[in-house]
Design a protein around this ligand. Sequence first.
Ligand code: TXA
Ligand code: MG
Length: 339
Amino acid sequence: MERIVVDPERPDSAAIARAARVIREGGVVAFPTETVYGLGANALDASAVRRIFSVKGRPSYNPLIAHCSDPGIARRLALDWPEAAERLSARYWPGPLTLVVRKRPIVPDEVTAGLPTVAVRVPDHPVALAILRAAGVPVAAPSANRFTELSPTTADHVARSLGGRIDLIVDGGPTRIGIESTVVDVTGQTPVLLRPGSIETDALEATIGQSLASPAVYTSKVARPAPGMTPRHYAPKARVTLSPCGDQGALAFVLANLRERSATPVAVLLRTLPDPIGADVSIRMPSEPEEYARVLYSTLHDLDDRGMAEIVIEAPPDLPQWAGVADRLRRASVPVEDH
Ligand code: TXA
Ligand code: MG
C-alpha cells in the first residue's frame, strides 16, 4: 500500500493527480475530509464501489455517501432538488452536512444499496476537494475503517484498520471536526434528521424554516430498518459504559461493579467529575462539544491500543450542542451481543 503525505492546506498537485488516477482506474483511496477519513471509489463505477464493501467488510445493505466537488455535481445525481436541499446546500456546503435526495438512474445500486435515494455531500477540506476535482467524478466514500470499528481521524488510524487492503492513503494530518457528517433526508414533506453531527438541529431548522422529524418516526414508515441505523457503530474494541453527567456516586458505583467482576484494565473519560478511585487510566476530556468531538475517536483508538478492556465515560449534558457526540457515545456503548 502506498502512503503519500500532503500539506492539508496546499496539497502537492502530483499527489492529488496520483489519487485521482487511482480513483479513475477503479481503485480505492483513503483521504481526509473535515469530519473523518473517507475510503473513496468512483461512484459511477459499480465494480469500484463493490471493492469498498469488500475492503471494509461492510454489509451491502448499507448505502454510501457520494462526495462531490461542487453542489452542481451533487444536483446532477438527484432526480429533483427540493427547496430544503437548496437552502441547506447553499448554507452549509462545502461542509459537514449530507443530504439524502431521490437518485437518478446513473447512480449505481451499489452506492445506494438498492434504495431509490442517494446521499450527497460537498466536503470542506482542501485535499478532499482537490481529489474530487481532479478525479472529475463523484466519489462514493464511507469512513475508512472496517465495519463497526471506530472511524479514523488520522492516516495512522486508517493504516491500522485497512493497511494492505487498499491502494493508497493520502495523509493530510488529523481531521478538524472528528465525528461524521450530519445526515438529513429531504425527500419527504418533512425533512428527517437521520444522523446528528456537528451542526446544531436548531440551525438546520432555522435554515429550512420547519422542524426536522426524528428517525424513529421515519423507521416506522419503512419496511426494513433504516440504513445506517445499526445500533452498535463507531465502537472501540473495549466495552463502553456511560455514566450520568456530573454524578460522582454513579461513577463510583459503575467502577466498583466492574472491579468486582474482573481485574481487566479500566479507563475513565471525565468531563466535569474529579478523578475517581478504581480506574487504571483517567483522561480529562474537553468541556466544549467541538473540542470533545475532535479528540473523541483518537482518544478511544489510543485506549484500544493500550489494551483497555473497559472504558467508562461520563456522559455529556443533555443539550442540543452535544447531540452529535451523545449519539456516538450511545452507539459505542451498545453491547456487542445486541449488534
Ligand atoms: O462525515 C462523513 O459523513 C464521512 C466522511 C468520509 O464523509 N462518511 C461517513 O460515511 O460517515 P458512512 O458510510 O460511514 O456513513 C454514511 C451514512 C450512514 O449512516 C448511511 O446509512 C447514511 O449515511 N446513508 C447513505 N445513503 C443513504 C440513503 N440513501 N438513505 C439514508 N441514509 C443513507
Ligand atoms: Mg462509518
